[in-house]
Design a protein around this ligand. Structure first.
Ligand code: GRF
Length: 220
């Protein structure tokens, strides 16, 4: 059975496009049941329409509070038959109200090597810090900001003359590969959420059959 995905976006949707391309090419056993945006002007909505995928706009500003906004998101995703949710450039934090509807089934792609540089403008944070490598992370979403169990990471070099834009583009190309790679693992039923290694530690993800170099693009 293909993986039934709901994809939440707020903007350009190049990661959404990577999923659409991979499913169409038969490289990923998944189907996008719906794309939901909190912004009517998100360019990613046009990508979904172009691919014949249903879309919904759920404008956060039109709801009295976060809970009712999230309930509307959950309703749209459930009605469409999504069983996993991908945050692909979705710029709203989600609370346990939403996460409880899809326990351990919400995925985010973040343009940094977490736990470094969570939150907004991660690429600029990396440049400002002066790191020599940067990258991206696919992780399960919990109630924190970019804190959930890590599924996969990919690394890119940082050049001396990088700007925010050049680094962003280098990372983004990796994001597209990494997101499809991680979704492939999920589609194959290889993901397992494990208890923390130490008392008081964090839950973590294991990918059955992957080597210890998990997440390096091209691996597994
Ligand atoms: C990506 O850099 C993603 O990591 C971040 O938002 C950006 C979305 O890009 N969360 P796109 O809309 O997929 O092109």
């Amino acid at each position: 059975m293909p993986l039934d995905l709901g994809v939440l976006i707020s903007g350009t949707g190049t990661n959404l496009q990577a999923i659409l391309d991979a499913t169409r090419a038969g490289r990923l056993d998944a189907r996008i049941r719906i794309v939901v945006s909190n912004r009517a002007d998100a360019a990613g909505l046009r990508r979904a329409e172009g691919a014949g995928v249903p879309t919904r706009v759920v404008p956060h500003g039109e709801f009295p509070d976060r809970e009712s906004f999230e309930r509307a998101l959950v309703d749209a995703l459930r009605e469409a038959g999504a069983s996993w949710v991908v945050l692909a450039g979705f710029m709203r934090l989600l609370t346990p109200e939403f996460l409880g509807a899809f326990p351990d089934r919400v995925l985010n792609i973040h343009p940094a090597l977490l736990p470094a540089f969570p939150g907004v403008d991660a690429q600029a944070q990396a440049l400002a810090y002066g790191v020599r490598v940067a990258g991206c992370t696919v992780h399960l979403v919990d109630a924190g900001t970019d804190t959930g169990p890590i599924i996969a990471q990919a690394v890119v070099p940082v050049d001396d003359d990088d700007t925010r834009e050049t680094l962003q583009q280098r990372i983004l190309a990796r994001e597209h590969e990494l997101l499809v790679l991680a979704l492939g693992w999920i589609a194959e039923g290889r993901l397992e959420v494990m208890p923390p290694r130490t008392a008081g530690g964090r839950p973590r993800v294991r990918v059955r059959g992957a080597s210890t170099a998990i997440g390096v693009v091209g691996d597994a």
